[in-house]
Design a protein around this ligand. Sequence first.
Ligand code: CMC
Length: 498
Amino acid sequence: MQENQNQGKGDMTKRATKRRVKKSPGKKIAKKAAKKMNKKTASSVSKPDARKKGEQQAKKTAISAPKKSGSFTLTNNTTGEKYELPVFQGTCGPNVIDVRKLYDDTDHFTYDPGYTSTGSCQSKITFIDGDKGILRYRGYPIEQLAESSDFMEVCFLLLYGDLPTGAQKEKFEHDITYHSMLHEQINYFFRGFRRDSHPMAIMCGVVGALSAFYHDSTDIHNPRHRMVASFRMIAKMPTIAANAYKYSIGQPYVYPRNDLSFPQNFLYMMFSNPCEAYKPNPILARAMDRILILHADHEQNASTSTVRIAGSSGANPFACIAAGIASLWGPAHGGANEAVLNMLEEIGDKKNIKQFIKRAKDKNDPFRLMGFGHRVYKNYDPRARVMQKTCNEVLDELGVRDEPLLELAMELERIALEDDYFVEKKLYPNVDFYSGIIFRAMGIPTSMFTVLFAVARTVGWVAQWNEMIEDPSQKIGRPRQLYVGDDERKFVTLNKRK
Ligand code: CMC
Protein backbone atom coordinates (compact mmCIF):
# COMPACT_ATOMS: atom_id res chain seq x y z
CA MET A 1 0.00 0.00 0.00
CA GLN A 2 2.77 2.46 0.83
CA GLU A 3 3.43 3.39 -2.72
CA ASN A 4 5.73 6.39 -2.19
CA GLN A 5 8.13 4.39 -0.13
CA ASN A 6 8.00 1.41 -2.48
CA GLN A 7 8.47 3.40 -5.65
CA GLY A 8 12.09 2.28 -6.17
CA LYS A 9 11.14 -1.31 -5.43
CA GLY A 10 8.36 -1.06 -8.00
CA ASP A 11 10.84 0.06 -10.64
CA MET A 12 13.09 -2.88 -9.87
CA THR A 13 10.13 -5.22 -10.19
CA LYS A 14 9.34 -3.61 -13.54
CA ARG A 15 12.90 -4.12 -14.75
CA ALA A 16 12.77 -7.75 -13.66
CA THR A 17 9.41 -8.14 -15.37
CA LYS A 18 10.84 -6.57 -18.52
CA ARG A 19 13.65 -9.11 -18.57
CA ARG A 20 11.11 -11.90 -18.27
CA VAL A 21 9.05 -10.51 -21.14
CA LYS A 22 11.48 -11.95 -23.67
CA LYS A 23 10.88 -15.48 -22.40
CA SER A 24 7.28 -15.56 -21.28
CA PRO A 25 4.03 -14.48 -22.91
CA GLY A 26 2.18 -11.33 -21.72
CA LYS A 27 -0.63 -13.19 -19.98
CA LYS A 28 1.82 -14.99 -17.69
CA ILE A 29 3.37 -11.67 -16.69
CA ALA A 30 -0.01 -10.13 -15.93
CA LYS A 31 -0.84 -13.16 -13.75
CA LYS A 32 2.50 -12.89 -11.91
CA ALA A 33 2.08 -9.17 -11.36
CA ALA A 34 -1.45 -9.78 -10.09
CA LYS A 35 -0.16 -12.52 -7.77
CA LYS A 36 2.53 -10.18 -6.47
CA MET A 37 -0.05 -7.48 -5.87
CA ASN A 38 -2.24 -9.94 -3.95
CA LYS A 39 0.73 -10.94 -1.79
CA LYS A 40 1.71 -7.33 -1.19
CA THR A 41 -1.78 -6.26 -0.22
CA ALA A 42 -2.74 -9.47 1.59
CA SER A 43 -0.59 -8.66 4.63
CA SER A 44 -2.72 -5.63 5.48
CA VAL A 45 -6.02 -7.55 5.31
CA SER A 46 -5.05 -11.06 6.38
CA LYS A 47 -6.57 -11.03 9.89
CA PRO A 48 -9.90 -12.87 10.11
CA ASP A 49 -11.79 -9.88 11.54
CA ALA A 50 -10.51 -7.68 8.72
CA ARG A 51 -11.72 -10.31 6.24
CA LYS A 52 -15.13 -10.42 7.94
CA LYS A 53 -15.35 -6.62 7.76
CA GLY A 54 -14.39 -6.75 4.10
CA GLU A 55 -17.14 -9.31 3.42
CA GLN A 56 -19.72 -7.19 5.27
CA GLN A 57 -18.70 -4.15 3.24
CA ALA A 58 -18.89 -6.16 0.02
CA LYS A 59 -22.44 -7.24 0.97
CA LYS A 60 -23.39 -3.63 1.69
CA THR A 61 -22.37 -2.47 -1.78
CA ALA A 62 -23.39 -5.60 -3.72
CA ILE A 63 -26.18 -5.29 -6.28
CA SER A 64 -28.76 -8.07 -6.41
CA ALA A 65 -31.66 -8.79 -8.77
CA PRO A 66 -34.27 -5.97 -8.81
CA LYS A 67 -37.62 -6.33 -7.01
CA LYS A 68 -40.64 -6.78 -9.26
CA SER A 69 -43.54 -4.65 -8.08
CA GLY A 70 -46.04 -4.82 -10.94
CA SER A 71 -46.24 -4.66 -14.70
CA PHE A 72 -47.30 -2.54 -17.64
CA THR A 73 -49.17 -3.81 -20.67
CA LEU A 74 -47.96 -2.48 -23.99
CA THR A 75 -50.39 -2.68 -26.89
CA ASN A 76 -49.38 -2.56 -30.53
CA ASN A 77 -52.21 -0.45 -31.95
CA THR A 78 -51.58 -1.78 -35.47
CA THR A 79 -51.81 -5.49 -34.68
CA GLY A 80 -53.61 -5.43 -31.35
CA GLU A 81 -50.89 -7.63 -29.82
CA LYS A 82 -50.24 -7.08 -26.12
CA TYR A 83 -46.95 -7.44 -24.23
CA GLU A 84 -46.39 -7.46 -20.50
CA LEU A 85 -43.46 -5.45 -19.20
CA PRO A 86 -42.32 -6.01 -15.58
CA VAL A 87 -41.99 -2.99 -13.27
CA PHE A 88 -39.19 -2.80 -10.71
CA GLN A 89 -39.26 -0.84 -7.48
CA GLY A 90 -36.26 0.85 -5.89
CA THR A 91 -35.87 2.11 -2.33
CA CYS A 92 -36.89 5.66 -3.24
CA GLY A 93 -37.75 7.47 -6.46
CA PRO A 94 -39.78 6.44 -9.52
CA ASN A 95 -40.16 2.77 -10.46
CA VAL A 96 -38.72 1.56 -13.77
CA ILE A 97 -40.26 -0.44 -16.60
CA ASP A 98 -38.07 -3.36 -17.65
CA VAL A 99 -37.67 -3.20 -21.43
CA ARG A 100 -34.76 -5.65 -21.71
CA LYS A 101 -36.83 -8.22 -23.59
CA LEU A 102 -38.70 -5.65 -25.69
CA TYR A 103 -36.71 -6.21 -28.87
CA ASP A 104 -36.90 -10.01 -28.62
CA ASP A 105 -40.65 -9.90 -28.00
CA THR A 106 -41.79 -7.02 -30.22
CA ASP A 107 -39.02 -6.39 -32.75
CA HIS A 108 -38.93 -2.75 -31.60
CA PHE A 109 -36.34 -0.68 -29.75
CA THR A 110 -37.08 2.20 -27.37
CA TYR A 111 -36.14 5.68 -28.57
CA ASP A 112 -34.80 8.09 -25.96
CA PRO A 113 -32.10 10.54 -27.15
CA GLY A 114 -30.29 12.05 -24.17
CA TYR A 115 -31.65 9.16 -22.05
CA THR A 116 -34.23 11.45 -20.43
CA SER A 117 -36.43 8.48 -19.45
CA THR A 118 -33.93 5.66 -19.37
CA GLY A 119 -32.45 3.97 -16.31
CA SER A 120 -29.17 2.33 -17.31
CA CYS A 121 -28.36 0.46 -14.10
CA GLN A 122 -29.28 -0.28 -10.51
CA SER A 123 -27.25 1.74 -8.03
CA LYS A 124 -26.96 2.03 -4.26
CA ILE A 125 -24.72 5.08 -4.27
CA THR A 126 -26.56 8.36 -4.83
CA PHE A 127 -30.23 9.32 -4.76
CA ILE A 128 -31.61 12.52 -6.29
CA ASP A 129 -35.18 13.77 -6.20
CA GLY A 130 -34.98 16.64 -8.65
CA ASP A 131 -38.50 17.95 -7.97
CA LYS A 132 -37.92 18.22 -4.25
CA GLY A 133 -34.26 19.30 -4.52
CA ILE A 134 -32.96 16.26 -2.62
CA LEU A 135 -29.46 14.80 -2.96
CA ARG A 136 -28.23 11.95 -0.76
CA TYR A 137 -25.03 9.90 -0.79
CA ARG A 138 -25.72 6.35 0.48
CA GLY A 139 -28.83 7.76 2.21
CA TYR A 140 -27.19 10.75 3.92
CA PRO A 141 -28.51 14.21 2.90
CA ILE A 142 -25.85 16.32 1.21
CA GLU A 143 -26.48 19.24 3.58
CA GLN A 144 -25.62 17.07 6.62
CA LEU A 145 -22.50 15.69 4.97
CA ALA A 146 -21.34 19.16 3.93
CA GLU A 147 -21.95 20.50 7.44
CA SER A 148 -20.64 17.70 9.63
CA SER A 149 -18.47 15.35 7.58
CA ASP A 150 -15.29 15.73 5.57
CA PHE A 151 -14.24 14.68 2.08
CA MET A 152 -12.22 11.64 3.20
CA GLU A 153 -15.24 10.29 5.12
CA VAL A 154 -17.43 10.93 2.10
CA CYS A 155 -14.97 9.05 -0.13
CA PHE A 156 -15.07 6.09 2.25
CA LEU A 157 -18.87 6.27 2.36
CA LEU A 158 -19.20 6.30 -1.43
CA LEU A 159 -16.72 3.45 -1.89
CA TYR A 160 -17.75 1.15 0.97
CA GLY A 161 -21.41 2.03 1.61
CA ASP A 162 -21.10 3.20 5.23
CA LEU A 163 -19.44 6.01 7.15
CA PRO A 164 -16.09 4.86 8.57
CA THR A 165 -15.34 4.13 12.21
CA GLY A 166 -12.43 6.11 13.71
CA ALA A 167 -9.96 3.33 12.95
CA GLN A 168 -11.27 2.80 9.41
CA LYS A 169 -11.04 6.53 8.74
CA GLU A 170 -7.47 6.71 9.98
CA LYS A 171 -6.42 3.77 7.80
CA PHE A 172 -8.26 5.11 4.76
CA GLU A 173 -6.68 8.56 5.11
CA HIS A 174 -3.30 6.89 5.46
CA ASP A 175 -3.86 4.78 2.32
CA ILE A 176 -4.96 7.79 0.25
CA THR A 177 -2.12 9.95 1.56
CA TYR A 178 0.48 7.33 0.69
CA HIS A 179 -0.74 7.11 -2.90
CA SER A 180 -0.64 10.86 -3.57
CA MET A 181 2.86 11.01 -5.09
CA LEU A 182 3.19 10.48 -8.83
CA HIS A 183 5.64 8.08 -10.43
CA GLU A 184 8.47 10.44 -11.38
CA GLN A 185 8.17 9.49 -15.05
CA ILE A 186 4.60 10.82 -15.09
CA ASN A 187 6.00 14.30 -14.50
CA TYR A 188 7.68 14.15 -17.92
CA PHE A 189 4.31 13.97 -19.64
CA PHE A 190 3.50 17.56 -18.69
CA ARG A 191 6.45 18.86 -20.69
CA GLY A 192 4.92 17.52 -23.88
CA PHE A 193 2.05 19.99 -23.59
CA ARG A 194 2.16 23.58 -24.75
CA ARG A 195 2.46 26.01 -21.83
CA ASP A 196 -0.93 27.53 -22.68
CA SER A 197 -2.76 24.17 -22.89
CA HIS A 198 -6.11 24.07 -21.17
CA PRO A 199 -5.55 22.15 -17.90
CA MET A 200 -8.51 19.86 -18.71
CA ALA A 201 -6.65 18.78 -21.86
CA ILE A 202 -3.64 17.99 -19.69
CA MET A 203 -5.84 16.08 -17.23
CA CYS A 204 -7.30 13.92 -20.02
CA GLY A 205 -3.82 13.08 -21.28
CA VAL A 206 -1.98 12.54 -17.99
CA VAL A 207 -4.75 10.58 -16.24
CA GLY A 208 -5.08 8.42 -19.36
CA ALA A 209 -1.30 7.89 -19.21
CA LEU A 210 -1.63 6.42 -15.70
CA SER A 211 -3.11 3.36 -17.39
CA ALA A 212 0.33 2.68 -18.87
CA PHE A 213 1.84 2.59 -15.37
CA TYR A 214 -0.69 0.32 -13.70
CA HIS A 215 -1.95 -1.96 -16.45
CA ASP A 216 -0.44 -5.36 -15.64
CA SER A 217 -1.04 -4.91 -11.92
CA THR A 218 -4.76 -4.11 -12.30
CA ASP A 219 -7.00 -7.15 -12.57
CA ILE A 220 -10.44 -5.53 -12.64
CA HIS A 221 -12.10 -8.73 -11.42
CA ASN A 222 -10.08 -8.70 -8.21
CA PRO A 223 -11.83 -6.46 -5.61
CA ARG A 224 -8.54 -5.67 -3.88
CA HIS A 225 -6.94 -4.54 -7.15
CA ARG A 226 -9.98 -2.43 -7.93
CA MET A 227 -9.73 -0.72 -4.55
CA VAL A 228 -6.01 -0.02 -4.95
CA ALA A 229 -6.68 1.45 -8.41
CA SER A 230 -9.46 3.55 -6.84
CA PHE A 231 -7.15 4.82 -4.08
CA ARG A 232 -4.53 5.70 -6.67
CA MET A 233 -6.98 7.73 -8.73
CA ILE A 234 -8.49 9.62 -5.78
CA ALA A 235 -5.03 10.32 -4.34
CA LYS A 236 -3.19 11.29 -7.52
CA MET A 237 -5.80 13.57 -9.09
CA PRO A 238 -4.95 16.61 -6.89
CA THR A 239 -1.24 16.11 -7.58
CA ILE A 240 -1.83 15.92 -11.34
CA ALA A 241 -4.16 18.94 -11.18
CA ALA A 242 -1.66 21.03 -9.21
CA ASN A 243 1.19 20.00 -11.54
CA ALA A 244 -0.89 21.05 -14.57
CA TYR A 245 -1.30 24.47 -12.96
CA LYS A 246 2.34 24.79 -11.93
CA TYR A 247 3.43 23.84 -15.43
CA SER A 248 1.21 26.53 -16.98
CA ILE A 249 2.73 29.27 -14.80
CA GLY A 250 6.31 28.02 -15.11
CA GLN A 251 6.80 27.12 -11.44
CA PRO A 252 8.35 23.88 -10.18
CA TYR A 253 6.01 21.04 -9.21
CA VAL A 254 5.35 20.86 -5.50
CA TYR A 255 5.37 17.32 -4.10
CA PRO A 256 2.56 16.28 -1.74
CA ARG A 257 3.13 16.37 2.00
CA ASN A 258 1.94 13.44 4.08
CA ASP A 259 1.34 15.57 7.19
CA LEU A 260 -1.40 17.62 5.47
CA SER A 261 -5.05 16.76 5.01
CA PHE A 262 -6.44 16.15 1.51
CA PRO A 263 -7.72 19.73 0.93
CA GLN A 264 -4.74 21.34 2.68
CA ASN A 265 -2.41 19.30 0.51
CA PHE A 266 -4.15 20.42 -2.63
CA LEU A 267 -3.90 24.12 -1.66
CA TYR A 268 -0.26 23.54 -0.68
CA MET A 269 0.64 21.92 -4.02
CA MET A 270 -1.19 24.71 -5.91
CA PHE A 271 0.07 27.76 -4.06
CA SER A 272 3.38 27.05 -2.33
CA ASN A 273 6.77 27.38 -3.94
CA PRO A 274 10.25 26.32 -2.83
CA CYS A 275 11.28 29.92 -2.01
CA GLU A 276 9.03 30.62 0.95
CA ALA A 277 6.99 29.01 3.70
CA TYR A 278 3.31 28.38 2.98
CA LYS A 279 0.61 27.45 5.47
CA PRO A 280 -2.80 26.56 4.04
CA ASN A 281 -5.54 28.81 5.49
CA PRO A 282 -7.82 26.51 7.57
CA ILE A 283 -11.01 28.34 6.54
CA LEU A 284 -10.12 28.03 2.85
CA ALA A 285 -9.12 24.37 3.35
CA ARG A 286 -12.49 23.71 5.00
CA ALA A 287 -14.27 25.49 2.12
CA MET A 288 -12.31 23.43 -0.39
CA ASP A 289 -13.23 20.27 1.51
CA ARG A 290 -16.92 21.21 1.39
CA ILE A 291 -16.72 21.92 -2.34
CA LEU A 292 -15.17 18.48 -2.84
CA ILE A 293 -18.03 16.89 -0.88
CA LEU A 294 -20.68 18.72 -2.93
CA HIS A 295 -19.17 17.52 -6.21
CA ALA A 296 -18.26 13.96 -5.14
CA ASP A 297 -21.06 12.10 -6.93
CA HIS A 298 -24.28 12.80 -8.80
CA GLU A 299 -25.62 9.43 -9.96
CA GLN A 300 -25.81 8.69 -13.70
CA ASN A 301 -24.74 12.08 -15.15
CA ALA A 302 -22.90 12.38 -18.48
CA SER A 303 -19.36 11.83 -17.19
CA THR A 304 -20.33 8.99 -14.84
CA SER A 305 -22.26 7.25 -17.59
CA THR A 306 -19.20 7.72 -19.81
CA VAL A 307 -17.00 6.04 -17.19
CA ARG A 308 -19.52 3.20 -16.86
CA ILE A 309 -19.80 2.70 -20.62
CA ALA A 310 -16.04 2.85 -21.14
CA GLY A 311 -15.56 0.42 -18.24
CA SER A 312 -18.30 -1.93 -19.42
CA SER A 313 -15.95 -3.31 -22.08
CA GLY A 314 -13.46 -4.30 -19.37
CA ALA A 315 -11.13 -1.39 -20.20
CA ASN A 316 -8.34 -0.17 -17.93
CA PRO A 317 -9.94 1.95 -15.16
CA PHE A 318 -7.43 4.81 -15.44
CA ALA A 319 -8.33 5.13 -19.14
CA CYS A 320 -12.04 5.06 -18.19
CA ILE A 321 -11.56 7.95 -15.75
CA ALA A 322 -9.77 9.90 -18.52
CA ALA A 323 -12.92 9.37 -20.63
CA GLY A 324 -15.01 10.72 -17.72
CA ILE A 325 -12.77 13.80 -17.54
CA ALA A 326 -13.33 14.44 -21.26
CA SER A 327 -17.10 14.26 -20.81
CA LEU A 328 -17.03 16.52 -17.75
CA TRP A 329 -15.14 19.23 -19.64
CA GLY A 330 -18.14 20.40 -21.71
CA PRO A 331 -19.94 23.62 -20.70
CA ALA A 332 -23.28 21.81 -20.33
CA HIS A 333 -21.67 19.67 -17.59
CA GLY A 334 -18.63 20.41 -15.40
CA GLY A 335 -17.33 23.12 -17.72
CA ALA A 336 -20.23 25.31 -16.59
CA ASN A 337 -18.32 26.71 -13.58
CA GLU A 338 -15.72 28.18 -15.93
CA ALA A 339 -18.47 29.35 -18.29
CA VAL A 340 -20.33 31.11 -15.44
CA LEU A 341 -17.32 33.26 -14.63
CA ASN A 342 -16.74 34.07 -18.29
CA MET A 343 -20.44 34.96 -18.62
CA LEU A 344 -20.40 37.23 -15.53
CA GLU A 345 -17.36 38.99 -16.91
CA GLU A 346 -19.08 39.39 -20.26
CA ILE A 347 -22.20 40.83 -18.60
CA GLY A 348 -19.86 43.15 -16.73
CA ASP A 349 -22.42 45.39 -15.07
CA LYS A 350 -25.84 45.05 -13.41
CA LYS A 351 -27.31 47.37 -16.00
CA ASN A 352 -26.61 44.77 -18.73
CA ILE A 353 -28.39 41.88 -16.99
CA LYS A 354 -31.78 42.42 -18.66
CA GLN A 355 -30.21 42.33 -22.12
CA PHE A 356 -28.47 38.99 -21.35
CA ILE A 357 -31.68 37.51 -19.89
CA LYS A 358 -33.41 38.49 -23.12
CA ARG A 359 -30.71 36.70 -25.12
CA ALA A 360 -31.04 33.56 -22.92
CA LYS A 361 -34.75 33.43 -23.73
CA ASP A 362 -34.28 33.93 -27.48
CA LYS A 363 -34.53 30.56 -29.27
CA ASN A 364 -32.43 31.91 -32.16
CA ASP A 365 -29.56 32.89 -29.88
CA PRO A 366 -27.32 30.04 -28.62
CA PHE A 367 -26.59 32.00 -25.42
CA ARG A 368 -27.81 30.32 -22.20
CA LEU A 369 -27.57 31.51 -18.63
CA MET A 370 -24.66 29.38 -17.46
CA GLY A 371 -25.06 27.93 -13.98
CA PHE A 372 -28.84 27.81 -14.47
CA GLY A 373 -31.02 24.79 -15.15
CA HIS A 374 -30.45 21.10 -14.66
CA ARG A 375 -31.57 17.85 -16.28
CA VAL A 376 -32.72 16.47 -12.93
CA TYR A 377 -33.32 19.41 -10.58
CA LYS A 378 -36.56 21.20 -11.26
CA ASN A 379 -36.10 23.00 -7.95
CA TYR A 380 -33.18 24.80 -6.30
CA ASP A 381 -30.08 22.56 -6.60
CA PRO A 382 -29.36 21.65 -2.93
CA ARG A 383 -25.64 21.93 -3.67
CA ALA A 384 -26.10 25.53 -4.81
CA ARG A 385 -27.53 26.53 -1.40
CA VAL A 386 -24.50 25.12 0.46
CA MET A 387 -22.24 26.66 -2.17
CA GLN A 388 -23.78 30.11 -1.66
CA LYS A 389 -23.19 29.85 2.12
CA THR A 390 -19.60 28.69 1.56
CA CYS A 391 -19.09 31.55 -0.88
CA ASN A 392 -20.07 34.07 1.80
CA GLU A 393 -17.73 32.45 4.35
CA VAL A 394 -14.79 32.51 1.95
CA LEU A 395 -15.36 36.11 0.92
CA ASP A 396 -15.66 37.15 4.58
CA GLU A 397 -12.44 35.33 5.45
CA LEU A 398 -10.59 36.97 2.58
CA GLY A 399 -12.11 40.37 3.31
CA VAL A 400 -13.55 40.74 -0.20
CA ARG A 401 -17.20 40.99 0.78
CA ASP A 402 -17.81 43.63 -1.87
CA GLU A 403 -16.63 41.35 -4.73
CA PRO A 404 -18.44 42.93 -7.72
CA LEU A 405 -18.91 39.56 -9.46
CA LEU A 406 -20.77 38.18 -6.44
CA GLU A 407 -23.06 41.20 -6.41
CA LEU A 408 -23.63 40.77 -10.13
CA ALA A 409 -24.34 37.03 -9.67
CA MET A 410 -26.85 37.67 -6.88
CA GLU A 411 -28.65 40.30 -8.93
CA LEU A 412 -28.71 38.01 -11.96
CA GLU A 413 -30.16 35.21 -9.82
CA ARG A 414 -32.81 37.56 -8.38
CA ILE A 415 -33.91 38.84 -11.80
CA ALA A 416 -33.92 35.37 -13.41
CA LEU A 417 -35.93 33.81 -10.60
CA GLU A 418 -38.63 36.47 -11.05
CA ASP A 419 -38.77 36.00 -14.82
CA ASP A 420 -41.71 33.95 -16.20
CA TYR A 421 -39.45 32.05 -18.66
CA PHE A 422 -37.18 30.72 -15.89
CA VAL A 423 -40.11 30.15 -13.50
CA GLU A 424 -42.15 28.16 -16.04
CA LYS A 425 -39.19 26.05 -17.14
CA LYS A 426 -38.11 25.56 -13.51
CA LEU A 427 -34.61 26.85 -14.18
CA TYR A 428 -32.82 27.44 -10.88
CA PRO A 429 -29.16 28.13 -10.08
CA ASN A 430 -27.13 24.92 -10.05
CA VAL A 431 -23.94 23.93 -8.21
CA ASP A 432 -21.76 25.76 -10.71
CA PHE A 433 -23.35 29.16 -10.26
CA TYR A 434 -21.46 30.12 -7.10
CA SER A 435 -18.47 27.75 -7.15
CA GLY A 436 -16.56 29.88 -9.68
CA ILE A 437 -16.80 32.96 -7.47
CA ILE A 438 -15.35 31.00 -4.53
CA PHE A 439 -12.53 29.57 -6.65
CA ARG A 440 -11.70 32.97 -8.04
CA ALA A 441 -11.57 34.50 -4.55
CA MET A 442 -9.20 31.69 -3.52
CA GLY A 443 -6.86 32.69 -6.36
CA ILE A 444 -7.61 29.71 -8.59
CA PRO A 445 -7.52 30.64 -12.28
CA THR A 446 -10.75 30.20 -14.25
CA SER A 447 -9.36 27.47 -16.50
CA MET A 448 -8.72 25.31 -13.39
CA PHE A 449 -12.34 25.38 -12.17
CA THR A 450 -13.46 22.26 -14.06
CA VAL A 451 -10.26 20.51 -13.02
CA LEU A 452 -11.36 20.94 -9.40
CA PHE A 453 -14.70 19.42 -10.28
CA ALA A 454 -12.82 16.45 -11.77
CA VAL A 455 -10.67 16.07 -8.62
CA ALA A 456 -13.84 15.88 -6.52
CA ARG A 457 -15.86 13.67 -8.91
CA THR A 458 -13.12 11.04 -9.22
CA VAL A 459 -14.40 9.23 -6.12
CA GLY A 460 -17.92 9.12 -7.61
CA TRP A 461 -16.55 7.77 -10.88
CA VAL A 462 -14.55 5.02 -9.21
CA ALA A 463 -17.38 4.09 -6.81
CA GLN A 464 -19.76 3.77 -9.76
CA TRP A 465 -17.18 1.86 -11.79
CA ASN A 466 -16.66 -0.60 -8.90
CA GLU A 467 -20.40 -1.02 -8.49
CA MET A 468 -20.79 -1.74 -12.20
CA ILE A 469 -18.04 -4.38 -12.25
CA GLU A 470 -19.59 -6.10 -9.19
CA ASP A 471 -23.11 -6.06 -10.66
CA PRO A 472 -23.90 -9.60 -11.90
CA SER A 473 -26.29 -8.21 -14.53
CA GLN A 474 -23.59 -5.93 -15.99
CA LYS A 475 -23.27 -6.03 -19.78
CA ILE A 476 -21.27 -4.02 -22.26
CA GLY A 477 -23.05 -0.66 -22.81
CA ARG A 478 -24.39 -0.69 -26.33
CA PRO A 479 -27.43 1.50 -27.19
CA ARG A 480 -29.33 1.03 -30.47
CA GLN A 481 -30.58 3.62 -32.97
CA LEU A 482 -33.34 4.60 -35.34
CA TYR A 483 -31.57 4.49 -38.71
CA VAL A 484 -32.78 7.31 -41.00
CA GLY A 485 -30.04 7.24 -43.66
CA ASP A 486 -30.17 5.86 -47.19
CA ASP A 487 -31.49 2.37 -47.81
CA GLU A 488 -29.21 -0.04 -49.72
CA ARG A 489 -27.90 1.42 -53.00
CA LYS A 490 -25.59 0.20 -55.69
CA PHE A 491 -21.95 1.37 -55.76
CA VAL A 492 -21.21 3.72 -58.70
CA THR A 493 -17.67 3.75 -60.10
CA LEU A 494 -15.86 7.10 -60.09
CA ASN A 495 -16.06 7.74 -63.84
CA LYS A 496 -19.85 7.21 -63.82
CA ARG A 497 -20.62 9.56 -60.87
CA LYS A 498 -22.34 12.85 -61.67
N1 CMC B 1 -30.69 29.32 -20.03
C1 CMC B 1 -31.75 29.49 -20.85
N2 CMC B 1 -32.63 28.53 -21.18
C2 CMC B 1 -32.41 27.31 -20.66
C3 CMC B 1 -31.33 27.04 -19.80
C4 CMC B 1 -30.45 28.09 -19.49
N3 CMC B 1 -29.40 27.90 -18.69
N4 CMC B 1 -31.35 25.75 -19.44
C5 CMC B 1 -32.41 25.20 -20.04
N5 CMC B 1 -33.06 26.15 -20.77
C6 CMC B 1 -34.31 25.96 -21.54
C7 CMC B 1 -34.04 25.22 -22.83
O1 CMC B 1 -33.83 26.12 -23.91
C8 CMC B 1 -35.31 24.41 -23.01
O2 CMC B 1 -36.29 25.26 -23.53
P1 CMC B 1 -37.44 24.64 -24.50
O3 CMC B 1 -38.18 23.64 -23.68
O4 CMC B 1 -38.27 25.83 -24.87
O5 CMC B 1 -36.72 24.04 -25.66
C9 CMC B 1 -35.72 24.06 -21.58
O6 CMC B 1 -35.13 25.10 -20.74
C10 CMC B 1 -35.23 22.71 -21.09
O7 CMC B 1 -33.83 22.67 -21.33
P2 CMC B 1 -33.07 21.42 -21.95
O8 CMC B 1 -31.80 21.87 -22.59
O9 CMC B 1 -34.01 20.62 -22.78
O10 CMC B 1 -32.79 20.61 -20.62
P3 CMC B 1 -31.66 19.55 -20.42
O11 CMC B 1 -32.08 18.76 -19.26
O12 CMC B 1 -31.38 18.84 -21.70
O13 CMC B 1 -30.36 20.44 -20.09
C11 CMC B 1 -28.70 21.64 -18.92
C12 CMC B 1 -29.90 20.68 -18.82
C13 CMC B 1 -27.98 21.68 -17.58
C14 CMC B 1 -27.72 21.12 -19.96
C15 CMC B 1 -29.23 23.05 -19.31
O14 CMC B 1 -30.10 23.52 -18.31
C16 CMC B 1 -28.09 24.04 -19.53
O15 CMC B 1 -27.52 24.09 -20.62
N6 CMC B 1 -27.71 24.85 -18.48
C17 CMC B 1 -26.59 25.73 -18.57
C18 CMC B 1 -25.29 24.95 -18.36
C19 CMC B 1 -25.07 24.57 -16.92
O16 CMC B 1 -25.21 25.36 -16.01
N7 CMC B 1 -24.66 23.30 -16.72
C20 CMC B 1 -24.30 22.78 -15.39
C21 CMC B 1 -25.22 21.72 -14.91
S1 CMC B 1 -24.95 21.39 -13.16
C22 CMC B 1 -23.39 20.69 -13.09
C23 CMC B 1 -23.42 19.27 -13.45
O17 CMC B 1 -23.99 18.47 -12.69
O18 CMC B 1 -22.84 18.93 -14.49
